[in-house]
Design a protein around this ligand. Structure first.
Ligand code: UDP
Length: 253
């Protein structure tokens, strides 16, 4: 693949949020090796353009805390299990990123001295300044939250220019496009519209946090090769969520 040498003008530092499910590919659980390798290539090519990156990875490919309640496990315990799942995912992603030639650090909100570094904001910033990709693990470190909220929190405190949410679908739709083929994709939305229409893109606390720090959220699909680079250039299908979206449009996918 030919590298584009022009620097990306729009973003200096970005946070990429991926759900645990995004690592599964078409499997029902765990990790799909080719999906992990493709992800590493996406991150590598953006890194080659000088964009600093931090990653927040979910744990839904292994554990979602609330789903364990039905098995008789206390909700908070289930949530801690979910946060541990995010650490497992972070280690898997770290491994493939390093095989792709990147320098990385995993920083966990739940200290785990023999596995990774503890999350320390200034240390995370320093790693990125030195060209390392920072993988923030352990969510927020607190039960009853999600890794979407962790992503908005880290994006805000680490001074990211955008929160990129890589999903299975290429933006925010008026309804679940898997179930409703007539659903329309929004090109642009405001934070307020996402909250008022109760669009299932990120939880309300994540949207509010991003709004407070004026961090644009860009929702796109990570399924096609080069998607991350395209979206950073403003190309390819995606939904941009900001404070004001004059002439907000709905576009058919
Ligand atoms: N979790 C939590 N606090 C956090 C982040 C995550 O308790 O700050 C737990 C929660 O149980 C959640 C699980 O970790 O269900 C996995 O995270 P999430 O559902 O956000 O993963 P994703 O859907 O992005 O894969």
């Amino acid at each position: 693949m030919t590298e584009v040498t022009e620097p990306l003008p729009r973003f200096r530092r970005v946070l990429l949020k991926m759900s645990g499910e995004a690592l599964m590919g078409d499997r029902g659980f765990g990790h799909d090796p080719s999906t992990l390798n493709r992800l590493a290539e996406e991150v590598r090519s953006v890194h080659a353009q000088g964009v600093e990156q931090c990653l927040v990875i979910g744990g839904g490919n292994m554990v979602r805390g609330d789903q364990y309640v039905a098995n008789g496990i206390e909700r908070t315990t289930g949530d801690y299990m979910g946060m541990l799942a995010t650490v497992i995912n972070a280690l898997a992603v770290q491994s493939v990123l390093e095989q792709a030639g990147l320098q990385t650090r995993v920083l966990s909100a739940i200290p785990m001295a023999s596995v990774c570094e503890p999350y320390i904001r200034r240390r995370a910033m320093r790693h990125m300044e030195k060209g390392r990709v920072v993988i923030c693990a352990g969510g927020t470190g607190n039960p009853f939250f999600t890794t979407d909220t962790a992503a908005a929190l880290r994006a805000a405190e680490l001074g990211c220019d955008a929160l990129l949410k890589g999903t299975k679908v290429d933006g925010v739709y008026s309804a679940d496009p898997m179930k409703h083929p007539q659903a329309v994709r929004f090109d642009r939305l405001t934070y307020h519209e996402v909250l008022a229409k109760d669009l299932k893109v990120m939880d309300a606390s994540a949207i509010s946090l991003a709004r407070e720090s004026a961090i644009p959220i860009i929702v796109f699909s990570l399924r096609s090769a080069g998607a991350l680079m395209r979206v950073l250039r403003g190309d390819g299908p995606h939904t941009m969520i900001t404070e004001a979206a004059p002439g907000a449009q709905e576009v058919r996918s």
